[in-house]
Design a protein around this ligand. Structure first.
Ligand code: C2O
Ligand code: CU
Length: 467
């Protein structure tokens, strides 16, 4: 499914200028210092014009959920209260966290049942842009609205509140009325192809917002891709933007990405530095369709007379991989439409013919679909691991490692040399091979999966152990 405007009711941008940032701190702080986050159903408009509201699953009644802002090194205390009819849990994406707080239902905790609660308590080691989202049946729960931004501020002054904007980008699949298309949840076609792709994009829950910036001033735009499966394609040159950080982790210098499109995968974050020029408005555009599809507009006011200074961001302390002493692991990714899957084991049994549509397992890592008893690999604390990902499928994937950030050592078949920034999620194209490395310094059981959430559910999920 593509994003084309002609599928939809005509709508005016003027009327849709929406408040930009999800209200921060709009959650109750309990007496004991816990932030309370409730998973509840809530009515919200996701498509403009006369479209009726949709029933979303939200944190505290809004999608995105409230922006959590804390300082680096601070202890975060969240009381999660599940008022939905389905069990759930919260994962803190990109936070190098204690394993018990990672929020993965079925691996690090039991899903929190309807009416029950769970207390998360952890220290945030890295400054940067992160997010939180449901991690039980994520393909369903995240698509219905269970996500929010988690911003960890640097302990020194950087961009002030006026120049620091969070933009949570989601693609919704809406029906002819402009309401969340509920019928199509779990569609086999999505699971075996490119995942659930939406047909309408929102920024912070609003359609086509207009954001007003001042000429000549330096802004940090924190983009978070919370789409189930959409790789957003953008042209950073057209935005006049430089990259400050990937997946929360700052680069040494703001960097120009001169190729286009820049592919921004599901779950990834990119912090952009933008200094608007007088009278030159610009837009965030999705470029994967036939024509550019703008989904947020930036209006520039003022003359840019004020000189601006660009704050610099210090790197977080992540241990450097010791490549000489690394252990090596290989992940062979197979399956999906137009691909081979070969032998597949699911819950210890080999799948045959009819088992595939019945179990909805269409993908495999090293011939195993989904979690097995034994881990993909075990590492000792402090050990450097190198993982080679071989994408033997006809689709791109957004591979995410829990509990650690890694560096990309090499991408075969790619002309892009991106240096070695730290990431927690990387895109791998069809038939490509990519090697990553990290120090396994965080004890526990960690998930490694495709963040195209239908792929994860349909087999592309494994785990590793650090002891
Ligand atoms: Cu964004 Cu398994 O997580
Ligand atoms: Cu995938």
């Amino acid at each position: 499914m593509k994003l084309t405007r002609r599928n939809f009711i005509k709508q005016g941008i003027g009327a849709a200028a929406l408040s930009l940032v999800p209200a921060p701190y709009s959650f109750a702080m309990a007496q004991d210092g816990f932030l309370e986050i409730r998973a509840i159903k809530s009515e919200q408009k996701i498509y403009p014009g006369d479209a009726p509201e949709s029933t979303l699953w939200t944190y505290n009644g809004q999608a995105p959920g409230p922006e959590i802002r804390v300082k680096q090194g601070e202890r975060v205390k969240v009381r999660f209260i599940n008022e939905l009819e389905e069990p759930s849990s919260i994962h803190w994406h990109g936070i190098r966290i204690d394993n018990a707080m990672d929020g993965v239902s079925g691996l690090t905790q039991e899903a929190v049942k309807p009416g029950e609660r769970f207390e998360y308590e952890f220290v945030v080691p890295d400054a940067g842009t992160y997010w939180y989202h449901a991690h039980n049946k994520s393909w369903n729960q995240v698509a219905r609205g269970l996500y929010g931004p988690l911003i960890v501020e640097e302990p020194y002054p950087t961009f002030d509140a006026e120049h620091d904007l969070t933009l949570v980008i989601d693609d919704w699949r809406v029906d002819r009325n402009g309401q969340l298309d509920e019928q199509s949840f779990g569609a086999m076609m999505d699971w075996s192809h490119g995942g659930r792709l939406g047909n309408w994009l929102t920024v912070n829950g609003g359609s086509m917002p207009e954001i007003v910036l001042k000429a000549g001033e330096a802004y940090r735009l924190r983009l978070i891709n919370v789409c189930n499966s959409r790789v957003l394609e953008m042209d950073l040159n057209r935005l006049g933007a430089k990259v400050l950080a990937f997946d929360g982790q700052p680069l040494g210098q703001p960097e120009v990405i001169d190729y286009s499109p820049y592919s921004f995968g599901p779950a990834q974050r990119v912090d952009l530095l933008v200094i608007p020029q007088e009278g030159k408005g610009f837009a965030l555009e999705e470029l994967s369709g036939d024509t550019p599809f703008p989904y947020a507009h930036f209006k520039v006011t003022g003359t840019g007379g004020n000189k601006t200074s660009i704050p610099s961001l210090k790197p977080n302390a992540i241990p450097a991989p010791d490549l000489e002493k690394a252990s090596q692991h290989r992940l062979h990714m197979t399956g999906g439409a137009m691909g081979r899957i070969g032998k597949v084991f699911y819950k210890g049994k080999e799948l045959q013919g009819e088992d595939f549509p019945r179990t909805k397992q269409f993908w495999a890592f090293n011939s195993v679909a989904n979690l097995s008893e034994s881990p993909f690999f075990s590492a000792e604390i402090g050990e450097t691991v190198i993982i080679e990902f071989i994408n033997d499928t006809a689709f791109p994937h957004a591979m995410h490692v829990h509990g650690h950030h890694f560096q990309i050592l090499e991408r075969e078949d790619s002309e892009i040399d991106e240096g070695r920034p730290w990431k927690d999620t990387f895109l791998i194209g069809p038939t490509q091979t990519t090697r990553i490395a990290f120090v396994a310094d965080n004890p526990g059981k960690w998930l490694l999966h495709c963040h195209m959430l239908e792929h994860a559910a349909a087999g592309m999920t494994t785990w590793f152990k650090v002891t």
